[in-house]
Ligand binder design. Sequence first.
Ligand code: ATP
Length: 304
Amino acid sequence: MSGRHSKHDLERTPDDDILRDLEKRWDDAPSRVLRWRKDQDVHDLDCDGTPGWDGDRDDGERLVAARAAELSELQERLFADGRTGGNRSVLLVLQGLDTSGKGGIVRHVVGLVDPQGVAHRAFGVPTPEEAAHGYLWRIRNALPQPGYLGVFDRSHYEQVLVVRVDGLEPEETWRAHYDEINAFEAEIAAAGTAIVKVALMVSRDEQKARLRERLERPDKYWKYNPGDLKTRARFGDYLDAYQEAFERTSTDVAPWHVVPADKKWFARLAVTELVLDALRSFDLGWPPAGFDVEEQLRLLDETG
Ligand code: ATP
């Protein structure tokens, strides 16, 4: 695996040997294996697969844990960069059908870094105020400021997913969104945001098992929404909508990553690696002092 820091090497930790051993379980970089390919058909995806990874669940969970130090330090460097005039940020866009595990990604992956530097936003049915504006209005308002790791739980893509499947706009209207979204993402990428788009793909059978669990466990009732069954009934239509979204909006500046999500541990591992790649791509050091260090040390000593 590539991506260690040449210019600003991170401190070695005791976990490093374990980490080097575990990362060999990837037979190719996750950003390559999981990236949407033009010839891919999402209807044929093995949602229970672990493409590129030949370790087991225990290895996967240990690698996520071992990545925490680097993830957290790079996020802190990003935050420091933003505080000192840098323009960079990361935007993790999470899409997926009900029960695909978006919330788990936020808890288990995004939760590895300092919450101070995270800007999380979940997008539900537009409020009357949001609906009074164009669909990108609420998205623009929620974009991460420089220095932040932004996380979108659902996103502007709902405008070509639920809006298409439920017929909430005429076809010519939602079809125009693909180009609009590409232009929008190119604009924010050019302004310094690394966009990591992840679609968590759960199979129909696994979705049923997860919905059943929500109905069988009182501690999960709160996650169950009777409306999820209506969405489930359109499972195939959603796959069609995802397929076309990938075909039309996977671009060089903002490619889609299609992540099999029946194994929650694999999805979490994959997203950890993708976010880490985005942070590494900035190759950030620590910002230099904006003051005279020697002078400040002298003044500090004088304070007694
Ligand atoms: P989740 O299933 O993501 O955990 P939830 O079930 O708690 O969320 P909410 O967060 O209230 O529900 O809203 C999610 C719902 O909002 C989804 O059904 C989604 O399709 C819908 N939604 C999101 N964006 C739009 C949009 N632009 N137009 C219509 N519906 C939308």
